[in-house]
Structures are given as C-alpha cells and as structure tokens.
Design a protein around this ligand. Structure first.
Ligand SMILES: *[C@@H]1O[C@H](CO)[C@@H](O)[C@H](O)[C@H]1NC(C)=O
Ligand SMILES: *[C@@H]1O[C@H](CO)[C@@H](O)[C@H](O)[C@H]1NC(C)=O
Ligand SMILES: *[C@@H]1O[C@H](CO)[C@@H](O)[C@H](O)[C@H]1NC(C)=O
Ligand SMILES: *[C@@H]1O[C@H](CO)[C@@H](O)[C@H](O)[C@H]1NC(C)=O
Ligand SMILES: *[C@@H]1O[C@H](CO)[C@@H](O)[C@H](O)[C@H]1NC(C)=O
Ligand SMILES: *[C@@H]1O[C@H](CO)[C@@H](O)[C@H](O)[C@H]1NC(C)=O
Ligand SMILES: CC(=O)N[C@H]1CO[C@H](CO)[C@@H](O)[C@@H]1O
Ligand SMILES: [Zn+2]
Length: 452
C-alpha cells in the first residue's frame, strides 16, 4: 500500500514537472532556400530522413504569392499574406515615399514596419531573447528592435560559421535564447544555375545540404541541446525549369518609355508612365504564356492586391516561362510563379518535445507556421492569416483527427451501431415474444385452456 502511494505520488510529481517544464520551450527555425518539396523523394537525404522519422513531415507547403524569397520568408515569421506584411516582391518601389527596395538595399525599416515578426514579439513578451543567422529582415530594426543576437547578412559566411554562432547563443543562459533562426542560400542558388531537373548537379548540392543538417544535428547534440530544443526545417519556395525557348520579350510589344519595370520575371510589376489602359492593352496582346492583370483584377486566391507597393499592372508568366525586355536568359531554373503550382512548394519537417514522432501530413499553408510557432513559444500572436488548427496534428499537446481518420471513425461507429441494432432486433424477435405470442394464441385458440 505504501509503495503504491509513493508510486502514485511520484507519478503526479513527474507529470507536473513535465507539463510546467523546468525551462522555457525553445525553437530553432531553419530555412534552406529553394528546397522544392519533391527533392525529398528524388534524392537520398539520410540526415534529413532520420530527422523526419523522429518528428513530423508536411510533404507540401502552400506558400504565398509571389513565390519569391523575401516575401515568403517574411510570411513565415509573420503569418501574413504579402499584401498584409508589405514585402510584396524582391524588388519594390513605393511611389509615395519615392523609395526603392532590392536584395542589395533592404535595410530601411520603412519596408518591414507594416508587420511585426516573431523574433520581435518573442523579446517583447519577455520569454527570452531571439537570435538570428541571416534570415531576411533579421539585421533590420523592425519596430525599432533587432534580435538581441544577429549577424549582418553576408553570403560569404559559411554554413558552419552560422551554426557555430547560433549554437553558442542557444547555449547561453543569460539571457536565455528561446527563438533562433538560421538561413542558407542552397539549394536555391544551384537550382537557378543548373535547373531543378539536372539531377547530377542537384544531387551534389542536396548531398551538401543534407550534410549541413548532419552538422547542425551534431553541434546541437555536442552542446546537450538536442533533446530539449524544437527544430523546424522548411523553405520559402520550390523551383521550375526554364529555358531560352520560353521567353516573353516585352520590347516586341511595347516601347520601354511607356512604362517602368519595377520587378522582373516571372511576376513582372509594371508602372505605366502614361495611359494605364494603353499599356495594359499592349501587354494583354503580347504573349499567350503570360497573364496580364490590372491590380484590381488580380485573383482573390493570390491575396495580392491591397498594398500600395503592388504596381498598377502585374504580369504572371506560365510555369517555365521568363519575362524579359530584350535580355537573353542566364539561368535554367526560376521561381516566383503561381503558388498553386506544386513545383513552387517547399516542405516542412519538425522535431522536438513539442512535436509528434513519425507523423506525416500532406499539406498546410506557410501562413499557418506562425501561429504554430507562437503556440510552442507561449506567445500571444499578432493578427495574422494563418489557421492554428491546420497544425494541430503535428503538435504533441494537441488532440487531433485528420479527415481520413475521422471518416474511418464515423464509418466504424456506424457499423458498430448497425450491428448492435441488428443484434437487438434479432434477439428481440427471438426471445421477447412469449407474451404477445401467447396473446395471439389466445385470440385464435381462445377456448384452449392449455395455453393460458
Ligand atoms: C537604398 O534605398 C534608400 C531608400 O530606401 C536610398 O535612400 C538609398 O540611396 C539606397 N541605396 C543604394 C545604395 O541604392
Ligand atoms: C513596437 O514597439 C513598442 C515599443 O518600442 C511597443 O510598445 C509596441 O507594442 C510594439 N508593437 C508591436 C506590434 O509589437
Ligand atoms: C563577409 O564574410 C567574408 C567571409 O567571412 C569576409 O571576408 C568579408 O569581409 C565579409 N564582408 C562584409 C561586408 O562584412
Ligand atoms: C555551454 O554553456 C555552459 C554554461 O554556460 C558552458 O559551461 C559550456 O562550456 C558551454 N558548452 C560549450 C560546448 O561551449
Ligand atoms: C536591348 O535593348 C537595349 C536598349 O534598347 C539595347 O541597347 C541593347 O543592345 C539590346 N540588347 C539586345 C541583346 O538586343
Ligand atoms: C490577413 O490578416 C490581416 C491582419 O489581421 C488582415 O488585415 C487581412 O484582412 C487578412 N487577410 C485576409 C485575406 O483575410
Ligand atoms: C507601343 C508604344 O511604344 N507605344 C507608345 C509609347 O510611347 C511613345 C511615346 O513615348 C509612343 O510614341 C508610342 O507609340
Ligand atoms: Zn528563395
């Protein structure tokens, strides 16, 4: 009896210790730029596969339109569509402020201040510090704050150096770093250079990326962080093959002095200089492999209209096509296309105490990552466009049923119910009737005394 009580008591203690936790929960968000979802099926990636077996995988993530780097990295950390977070392209022009944004000139907070990313909220809500190794925007003072630890963007800094920094920051206890983020330029750079269908070159770079994941894993283990940290590995977009045979040459359709080309292929942003209608009509007739939208006509599903940085006319090339003025093509792969295309989708994998083990789901949206991260960190999210319940099945502390499972349960319950009903009906028919039977008998053989 005594030992039973002790067991019960220690069980309760262990349970409480587990649920309140002896330290804050921590999250490391990693992006390998341009990691198309199906690379996971095409190439051998042993370190990433091991990571997935121990955690969860979302096979395809529907990202935000336009499927470009800066916009989607900001969507992941804000949960907002591009029209709502304000980073609507890699190249932008703000007509009121007369300012230009490009990946080489991205540090003006003006561009980023339409939203508040999770690293700022994490520090404001007081759970711990944030740290960043080159995620877009992390070296900019957004809402007057950078992560407490960050590196100025420099593509020459190796992956290993970035990891050394991140892991050292995560190991510091004063202050505790509860949110960290890490960015790497591959396999995007090789995808552009060789095209995603060049399996020989893509195999090489993906092997490298996989070794990087192995390196990160080993570092976290060496620092004793592996068992307690939550890690999300994802990407901003995929990659499609493009070719010199699939060029849309604007100079053939319209004079250059009629418009300014703010952003280029495959979604071109056009600022007309004179009559918008004239420019629109010329572009509309230009090429059947390109859709031409007035800003007001941009389809709802793109969530890409309500921002003054979206130009009056946008051109959307079909998959694999490239919009140029007259330049020749210098790459074999590109992204930015319609976000409904599977080739534009990245994946998401995650492991750690917050996540289930060995669970796979087919899809989610990248706006859903933000509320999931806020949940893990115990943060009150900013207004966003994500849906927390889309990620419930990934999380260890959530009750979830996926749709096939739910249908199975409903059918199963129905079958059990039917079986029971049948059994009851059959058994009623067999066992219950003595009295009605006798009454019937009585009615027919009223005067037979033996049956009463
Ligand atoms: C960068 O953009 C700012 C405006 O946002 C502008 O004032 C500055 O001249 C630009 N710098 C370069 C090097 O283009
Ligand atoms: C922006 O920063 C100020 C203080 O600098 C803070 O009061 C405010 O809550 C922050 N805004 C958001 C949305 O985090
Ligand atoms: C970028 O990193 C490389 C390699 O670490 C270094 O040599 C170079 O000076 C850095 N550039 C800047 C602008 O900091
Ligand atoms: C991690 O931090 C602890 C305590 O601050 C320190 O003793 C230890 O050496 C650090 N680990 C590594 C591998 O640097
Ligand atoms: C492209 O157009 C520019 C400006 O009109 C011109 O200077 C250049 O020679 C053209 N290049 C090609 C490859 O046609
Ligand atoms: C996305 O969220 C923002 C902030 O709450 C909101 O203003 C916007 O209307 C939302 N967009 C859509 C399409 O719901
Ligand atoms: C197609 C085209 O170039 N249209 C007009 C563009 O603007 C110039 C004047 O700047 C006109 O001469 C063109 O006809
Ligand atoms: Zn990218």
């Amino acid at each position: 009896m005594n030992s039973m009580l002790t067991l019960l008591f220690s069980g309760i203690v262990a349970c409480c210790a587990h649920s309140t936790g002896d330290s804050v929960s921590r999250l490391l968000l990693v992006s390998f730029d341009g990691f198309r979802a199906d690379y996971l099926e095409t190439y051998k990636l042993p370190h990433l596969q091991e990571f997935i077996e121990d955690g969860v995988l979302v096979k395809q993530v529907t990202n935000a339109f336009v499927t470009k780097t800066f916009p989607n990295h900001y969507t992941i950390v804000t949960g907002l569509y591009e029209e709502s977070h304000g980073i609507v392209a890699n190249d932008m022009y703000d007509a009121d402020a007369k300012k230009k944004f490009s990946q080489f000139n991205d540090s003006d907070p003006f561009w980023w201040n339409e939203a508040v990313p999770i690293w700022v909220t994490n520090q404001e809500q007081g759970n711990g510090a944030s740290a960043a190794a080159m995620w877009p925007g992390t070296d900019v003072k957004i809402n007057d704050t950078t992560p407490q630890f960050f590196l100025k963007y420099n593509f020459s800094v190796t992956f290993e150096e970035r990891v050394e920094k991140i892991v050292a920051w995560l190991n510091s206890s004063n202050p505790v770093v509860s949110f960290a983020t890490l960015y790497w330029e591959e396999p995007d750079a090789s995808g552009h250079k060789y095209g995603p269908d060049d399996t020989e070159n893509m195999r090489k770079v993906l092997e490298e990326v996989d070794n990087h994941i192995g390196f990160l894993t080993n570092k976290l283990k060496a620092f004793g962080l592996w068992d307690t940290i939550n890690i999300i590995i994802t990407s901003d977009h995929g990659m499609a093959s493009c070719s010199a045979e699939k060029l849309i040459i604007l100079d053939k359709c319209i004079g250059r002095n009629n418009y300014t080309l703010i952003d280029k292929s495959p979604v071109a942003a056009v600022l007309p200089r004179q009559n918008k209608r004239v420019v629109y009509n010329l572009l509309k007739k230009c090429n059947s492999h390109m859709k031409v939208y007035l800003k007001e006509e941009i389809p709802d599903r793109f969530h890409y209209r309500h921002n003054k940085r979206i130009q009056p006319i946008i051109l959307v090339a079909d998959e694999g096509w490239t919009i140029v003025q007259n330049e020749s093509l210098s790459k074999l792969g590109d992204h930015g296309y319609d976000n409904a295309l599977p080739s534009m989708h990245p994946f998401l994998a995650a492991r750690g105490p917050a996540f289930h083990r060995g669970y796979k789901q087919s899809t989610m949206n990248n706006v859903d990552i933000y509320p999931m991260m806020c949940h893990i960190l115990g943060l009150t999210p900013q207004p966003h466009n994500g849906t927390f319940s889309n990620t419930k099945c990934l999380l260890a502390d959530q009750w979830c049923t996926n749709i096939p499972e739910a249908i199975g349960i409903v059918i199963g319950a129905f079958m059990i119910l039917t079986t029971f009903t049948c059994i009851i009906i059959i058994s009623k028919n067999r066992v219950a009737p003595p009295r009605p039977f006798s009454r019937l008998q009585l009615q027919y053989d009223d005067d037979d005394p033996l049956i009463g």
